[in-house]
Ligand binder design. Structure first.
Ligand code: IPD
Length: 268
């Protein structure tokens, strides 16, 4: 039998809060056992792993038949048709350096789509949530994407991947966009960027090379708040190619990013 999105969301929220407490306690302690993953800048701490273990244990207790995909390696097939997608610390670099803006992101998918998701911006104490068709909230209050209509006035968040070659190109894309928009923000956690889009703290967002756990909860929260998401090339959003915007700026921003990428790749 299908689970109720509201119940799944309540579970995601309570586990995100518990993991958030662990991160809040840990953030000021000196970090040890830092390792790198895909590149020298892609870091993982012992706390990323402990947070994922905690989340996985709570999900196993509450929903033993569900699948699980976690950034730090959790991978369970499941038999129920539901799969949890978890980023135990989104914004690990922020966490490691003691910057605000790292989050716990927990979503649950059914038939390949997120049906509920929670993102806890730990230091801000802001819990963003959404269930499919149920709207989006911040600490229980409804939120909505901005009403901006002019891309030249759009504040746009972005992020950079971990591979040095991609970063160079991403920097060039930003250089081409800057004269055409209000400004850029690089806050350090894709899930928080998407929640910022959801509540009008930015008018747009784009990034390449993300993974499902970066966007599974934040993407649902953004669209439930009325933002539009797509891929940079056009068509549905994909973690490897994401652009989002308030309805009044989405399409123009998408085509500006696509054009900036083409020119950066051509070196012209
Ligand atoms: C990263 C953050 C960052 C984004 C990177 C992600 P992580 O996630 O979301 O903002 O630019 O692409 O990988 O590794 O800190 O969980």
């Amino acid at each position: 039998m299908d689970a109720q999105p509201a119940e799944l969301l309540a579970l995601a929220e309570s586990i995100a809060r518990e993991a958030g407490e662990m991160l809040r306690d840990a953030v000021d302690r000196p970090r040890e056992a830092v390792e790198t993953k895909s590149s020298a800048t892609d870091m993982v701490t012992e706390v990323d792993r402990a947070s994922e273990e905690l989340i996985a244990a709570r999900l196993r207790e509450a929903r033993p038949d569900d699948g699980l995909l976690g950034e730090e390696g959790a991978s369970v097939e499941g038999t129920s048709g539901y799969r949890w997608v978890v980023d135990p610390i989104d914004g690990t670099t922020n966490f490691l350096y003691g910057h605000t803006g790292f989050a716990v992101s927990i979503a649950v998918e059914h038939e390949g789509e997120s049906v509920a998701g929670a993102v806890l911006d730990v230091m801000a104490g802001e819990l963003f949530s959404a269930s499919k068709g149920g709207g989006a909230t911040r600490n229980g209050e409804p939120i909505a994407a901005s009403g901006e209509r002019e891309v030249s006035k759009a504040l746009v968040a972005t992020g950079f991947g971990f591979s040095p070659e991609h970063r160079g190109l991403q920097g060039e894309v930003v250089a081409r966009l800057l004269p055409r928009i209000r400004d850029i923000r690089r806050m350090g956690a894709a899930s928080v960027d998407l929640c910022s889009l959801a509540c009008g703290r930015v008018d747009g967002y784009f990034e390449r090379g993300l993974n499902r756990w970066d966007v599974a909860a934040g993407g649902l929260i953004a669209t439930e708040a009325g933002a539009i998401l797509g891929s940079i090339e056009g068509g549905p959003p994909e973690p490897r190619s994401m652009v989002g915007g308030a309805p009044g700026v989405f399409e123009e921003l998408r085509s500006l990013v696509a054009e900036a990428e083409e020119k950066a790749e051509a070196g012209g």
